[in-house]
Design a protein around this ligand. Structure first.
Ligand SMILES: Nc1ncnc2c1ncn2[C@@H]1O[C@H](COP(=O)(O)OP(=O)(O)O)[C@@H](O)[C@H]1O
Ligand SMILES: Cc1cn([C@H]2C[C@H](O)[C@@H](COP(=O)(O)OP(=O)(O)O)O2)c(=O)[nH]c1=O
Length: 210
């Protein structure tokens, strides 16, 4: 089937910091564009001018955990309205580095935000909308931490968290995947980049270009 005949899809990447999402996102975008598809690559928090300003605050400014959750969803509301939904409506595929599963994993799992509050925000901001496919990059926190440390860049507010925090974030991602297996695929991220790339391509081909 010709890929351009398929409706535009929303694909998200998730995982703890250092899971290796960035280069695999680039691979997927290249793969989709190679099929002649129009692709918008974006990220959360961020993706819009306002969202990028909120990102700066979220990554560097200490705040209450509910403030953090509200700002994540505020940035997401703007991102959906200004970028994600218009792109999909215009037939552009959207590949996004993190979305609502990250709020579940980091704010609920990592920080202990009340799950009912999370659900209320999710229902408010996108009641009938979820990614078509979510790829969770799964690996032990100690391996991810070593990768982040090796980059030599200054850690942000999240990257400075301890291993037990990332253990909880990882467990929350896996729980979310178990609850919605049709949407969320877990990829073992402690393998060679080429192996991961091949699996990613197989998942996307099977799902969208059978
Ligand atoms: N499969 C892999 N094996 C080993 N190192 C990796 C792998 N994938 C990425 N890395 C390295 O780990 C670091 C973090 O990767 P990155 O893609 O930035 O993670 P993320 O975007 O998930 O935080 C980078 O230095 C990257 O080169
Ligand atoms: C979208 C989102 C991100 N985050 C956190 C996870 C990351 O630590 C951070 C930024 O994500 P990310 O862009 O993956 O960071 P980097 O480019 O440094 O790899 O924001 C949340 O805590 N909740 C959310 O809802």
């Amino acid at each position: 089937m010709n890929g351009t005949a398929t409706r535009a899809r929303f694909i998200t990447f998730e995982g703890i910091d250092g899971a290796g999402k960035s280069s695999q996102i680039a691979n997927l975008v290249e793969l989709l564009r190679g099929r002649g598809l129009d692709v918008d690559q974006t990220r959360e928090p961020g993706g819009t001018p306002l969202g990028e300003r909120l990102r700066e605050l979220l990554l560097h400014e200490p705040m209450h955990l509910e403030t953090e959750a509200l700002l994540m969803f505020a940035a997401r509301r703007e991102h959906l309205a200004a970028r994600i939904l218009p792109a999909l409506a215009a037939g552009r595929w959207v590949v996004c580095d993190r979305f609502t599963d990250a709020t579940y994993a980091y704010q609920v799992g990592g920080r202990g935000l009340d799950e009912a509050r999370f659900e209320a925000l999710e229902r408010w901001v996108h009641p009938d909308f979820q990614p078509d496919l979510t790829l969770v990059f799964d690996l032990p926190p100690e391996i991810a931490a070593a990768r982040v440390a090796a980059t030599g860049t200054a850690p942000d507010r999240f990257e400075r968290e301890q291993r037990d925090f990332f253990g909880r974030v990882r467990a929350a991602y896996l729980l979310r995947a178990r609850r919605d297996p049709a949407r969320v695929r877990v990829i073992a991220a402690d393998r060679a980049p080429e192996t991961i790339r091949a699996e990613l391509e197989a998942i996307v081909a099977e799902r969208f270009f059978p």
